[in-house]
Design a protein around this ligand. Structure first.
Ligand SMILES: [Zn+2]
Length: 248
């Protein structure tokens, strides 16, 4: 093992230990993580948000809501083939355990980043899967990083079986009617200035839904989060967010 590897292992252990100690301090039963089943007096803060991250599995408000939705709607059967692009570690853990080799975590590899074991290096605009070979595709906050999002959507549509589903949440500005994008904005600095993040390639407006429909998808279950009982939302601390379930 190289010195670099040893340093990485030590850093990982320290992080794990710190997490375990903090988790002990937050022992309690006020909040519950529906992804890993742990309960605490409160979740960890995350960025500027108090009570956000599960000390055990690292789930955030959005991931907990999505996982609740997926389970509630019975989207993943025991034999489902699931493509999960840019996999969140906490969801990776549960999907891998549930689906084993039918779970396909994938990402576009970049230098300096590490990926969970068995993650496939794929480009979302040229998916290496046969037509109609997958039951469900999940890609959360991915398309705003993809220059040709129409090609990505057509690829996801192609690889899904008829009746298959996709959850492709993107950040969008509710007060913006039309998506803003300009192919001449290419540097990280300019992207940060115009799109608010150095690796985003557009700001979606309310018309982003049209892009999904143009790819051939139909859409179901608008208003899901708003209709959930307050008790569940407060206990699991869900993000207030529309979930759009796309169907082929
Ligand atoms: Zn958890």
């Amino acid at each position: 093992m190289s010195l670099l590897n040893i340093a990485a292992v030590i850093a990982k252990l320290r992080k794990k230990l710190k997490r375990a100690l903090l988790a002990r301090l937050l022992k309690g039963n006020n909040v519950a993580c529906n992804v890993c089943g742990s309960t605490y007096s409160s979740f960890f803060p995350y960025l500027n948000r108090a009570n956000a991250q599960c000390p055990n599995c690292g789930s955030l408000e959005r991931t907990r809501l999505l996982y609740y939705f997926i389970q509630d709607k019975g989207l993943i059967s025991a034999s489902a083939r699931l493509l999960h692009i840019a996999p969140e570690q906490c969801l990776y853990n549960v999907f891998k355990k549930q689906l084993q080799t039918n779970y396909l975590p994938a990402d576009k590899f970049e230098a300096g980043y590490s990926y969970p074991p068995d993650t496939l290096n794929v480009d979302i605009t040229t998916l290496p899967f046969e037509d109609a070979s997958l039951d469900i595709v999940i890609a959360i906050h991915v398309l705003e990083h993809v220059q040709d999002d129409a090609k990505a959507l057509s690829e996801i549509y192609r690889v899904l079986k008829t009746g298959g589903s996709a959850i492709l949440q993107v950040p969008y500005q509710a007060d913006r009617e039309h998506t803003y994008e300009d192919v001449s904005i290419t540097t990280p600095e300019a992207r940060k200035q115009y799109y608010g993040q150095s690796d985003h390639v557009r700001i979606y407006g309310r018309d982003y839904i049209q892009r999904f429909l143009a790819a051939g998808f139909s859409m179901e279950y608008a208003g899901y989060e708003a209709a959930l009982p307050e008790q569940i939302k407060e206990r699991c601390v869900f993000k207030k967010e529309e979930i759009f379930l796309l169907r082929k």
